[in-house]
Design a protein around this ligand. Structure first.
Ligand code: AKG
Ligand code: FE2
Length: 288
């Protein structure tokens, strides 16, 4: 499905919420910044219902095996359209914040929704986004910005996102293969945990965390009766597209930005469209 023309939306495209100077400083110094109330509860309720009810979500599910052999699942997409989840990634407040951080015009790289069911034992092993993006032909880490939105309440008990403060200054570190994925070299990770602070990113629905491509992150088991949902949206500077031989795995799609009112005004045509273009997660090395 293509992005449809909505001329009435073009009137006011400036973000209603931009990053403050102190948020920008926090991001630069610590490798992440939590922005409270980037979306409101009503907007998040709409996304929550899609996560709970939309059968399309399962069509783009990928299974990831952690270091204990337990599995977790992510619904992925890269192409943009007029479904609700896509519209979230196109809102001015998201795109402009990413562009403020990247310092230039960005496009949507890919996104995913990760739902941790009640009492789920799996964990997302410590990793850096740029470990994979480097292997996928991307050049610079700085202009790749992740914005992770809490769709539900995120607590330490239900396996909220954890980040290692200032780990973006470590550069890209070695990872080891585990399951069908990879994690930070455990020996090095022990040393990092002795020296740097682990932050539990407890967030209310609608809060968001922006973080650097080299910021080490992961999450633990869900010990509660509630499902924990996060939506991870990745943006990249247009100038930082992967080398041509890798571009079929990460094709460029122009990003048509939408006003922040788009969700509230329900200017979407579906909940979730499984839009994954030319992208084969976990078997994507063109040299294989
Ligand atoms: O949702 C989570 O707990 C983290 C997921 C994550 O970091 C990823 O999929 O790359
Ligand atoms: Fe990640």
């Amino acid at each position: 499905m293509n992005q449809i023309e909505m001329p009435e939306l073009k009137t006011e495209l400036k973000a209603t919420r931009s990053l403050t100077q102190s948020e920008m400083t926090h991001y630069r110094e610590d490798g992440y910044v939590i922005v409270h109330g980037l979306f409101d509860r009503d907007e998040m309720m709409q996304v929550q219902s899609v996560c709970q009810e939309d059968p399309n979500l399962t069509k783009s599910l990928r299974t990831i095996i952690d270091h204990q052999g337990k599995t977790w699942h992510a619904s992925l997409w890269n192409g943009l359209n007029d479904s609700l989840v896509s519209i979230v990634t196109r809102t001015a407040r998201m795109v402009e914040a990413a562009e403020e951080i990247a310092g230039e015009e960005c496009y949507h790289l890919h996104s995913k929704i990760v739902q941790k069911p009640p009492h789920d034992q799996s964990c997302v092993d410590w990793h850096q986004g740029f470990y994979s993006w480097y292997n996928e032909g991307f050049f610079f880490a700085d202009p790749i910005v992740t914005c992770t939105i809490a769709i539900t309440e995120n607590t330490k008990d239900n396996g909220c996102l954890q980040v290692i403060k200032k780990s973006h200054f470590l550069g890209r570190i070695n990872h080891v293969d585990v399951g069908n994925s990879h994690m930070c070299d455990p020996h090095r990770m022990d040393k990092i945990l002795e020296r740097l602070e682990l932050i539990n990113c407890e967030m209310a629905p609608g809060d968001a965390i922006f973080f650097h491509a080299n910021t080490i992150h992961g999450s633990q088991q869900n010990k509660t009766d509630d499902t924990r949902i996060l939506m991870h949206c990745h943006y990249n500077a247009i100038s930082n597209q992967p080398f041509p031989e890798y571009q079929e795995f990460h094709p460029y799609f122009p990003l048509e930005k939408l006003p922040d009112s788009a969700i509230k005004n329900k200017l979407y045509v579906s909940g979730f469209e499984a839009d994954i273009k030319d992208w084969n997660w976990y078997s994507r090395d063109p040299n294989q």
